[in-house]
Design a protein around this ligand. Structure first.
Ligand code: SF4
Ligand code: SF4
Length: 312
């Protein structure tokens, strides 16, 4: 269907207004590349959802302490999609987070919204690597933003801080990445762990994820905090054995239905807590049972050295 230039401009402004009202300023309009384009995808809007809320102790990865971004992204983008769909009479306006048909990392790079870190994370100038990538697609061709030229290449500073700090030595000096040695993946691996995997797991304190390479990255030092209130509310910084006690998988999924860690179920988290408890007992040299929830405000049983994102 032919649309007037004025209507197309109005659609762009509707998207921009909707995103900016939500506090989202890191977005760009892209024209799909040949392999991405289809009858239903003739323009793309890439949007970053920052989630950082400042330093905080805890035993969960920073990205999953707030509400699940798989729920937050549609809450923000779907009303915009509906409005634009009506305006353009375009039935193919869609929003995606994580599970869409396009490669979101590549979109972020192409949109000029992130460089590639040695730690495999995408890193944005304002939000560091603390963001989720999402995008909208339309079957209407909207005017794309001008192509991005990266002044200093598409890589990070290559300072090596993440390489040195990585508990799994997942990053090799030649730039290769060994995903099987990434502690984040190991914390989420089901079943029994190999001795070398346990060793890596016990080099950190998070029971889901590992943010070490993000925490040491100089490009995250001044990362802006999220403008999205939903990531600040009802946070769960840590999980304790008593939080999981007696829960079936179904009950766990229900209890934590709005958390990004819920899909793994309770068994993996119990295993990790138990391994860390054993480690602490060994290092204490006594049989005192730990960890237990502390009554003191802000005190956590396991101090996070990070959490992780090779989720994301
Ligand atoms: S998440 Fe942890 S284990 Fe994985 S690469 Fe980063 S520092 Fe290494
Ligand atoms: S710590 Fe240094 S090498 Fe690692 S991702 Fe950050 S800038 Fe790149």
């Amino acid at each position: 269907m032919e649309r007037s230039a004025q209507l197309l401009q109005q659609a762009k402004e509707t998207i921009q207004d909707g995103l900016e009202k939500a506090g989202l300023y890191a977005y760009r309009f892209l024209e799909p590349e040949k392999e991405e384009a289809s009858e239903t995808i003739r323009s793309i809007v890439v949007v970053l959802f920052p989630y950082y809320t400042g330093p905080a102790q805890g035993n969960l990865s920073l990205y999953c302490r707030g509400r699940d971004y798989h729920l937050v992204v549609p809450q923000v983008l779907e009303p915009i999609c509906r409005e634009v769909s009506l305006l353009l009479q375009d039935p193919h306006v869609r929003a995606y987070a994580d599970t869409g048909p396009l490669k979101d990392r590549y979109l972020v790079l192409r949109a000029g919204l992130g460089r590639i870190g040695r730690n495999q994370m995408m890193i944005n100038n304002r939000y560091g690597s603390y963001f989720f990538a999402a995008y909208m697609t339309l079957s209407t061709p909207l005017e794309p933003d001008p192509p991005v030229v990266y002044a200093n290449g598409i890589s990070c500073l290559d300072c090596g801080a993440c390489v040195k700090a990585c508990p799994g030595q997942a990053m090799l000096p030649d730039g290769a990445f060994r995903p099987e040695r990434c502690r984040s993946g190991i914390t989420q691996k089901s079943g029994a762990l190999e001795p070398w995997e346990k060793e890596i797991l016990l080099k950190g304190d998070t029971i889901f994820g590992c943010d070490v390479c993000q925490l040491v990255c100089p490009l995250n030092r001044d990362a802006e905090q999220t403008p999205l209130q939903t990531f600040r509310e009802n946070r769960i910084e840590s999980l304790y054995p008593e939080d999981l006690e007696g829960l079936s998988r179904r009950e766990f999924m229900k209890k934590y239905e709005d958390r990004a860690f819920n899909w793994k179920g309770p068994a993996v988290l119990r295993r990790n807590l138990s391994l860390m408890s054993e480690r602490q007992e060994e290092s204490n040299g006594d049989r005192e049972k730990i960890p237990v929830r502390s009554a003191a405000a802000g005190e956590t049983p396991l101090q996070a050295s990070g959490s992780g994102l090779h989720q994301p």
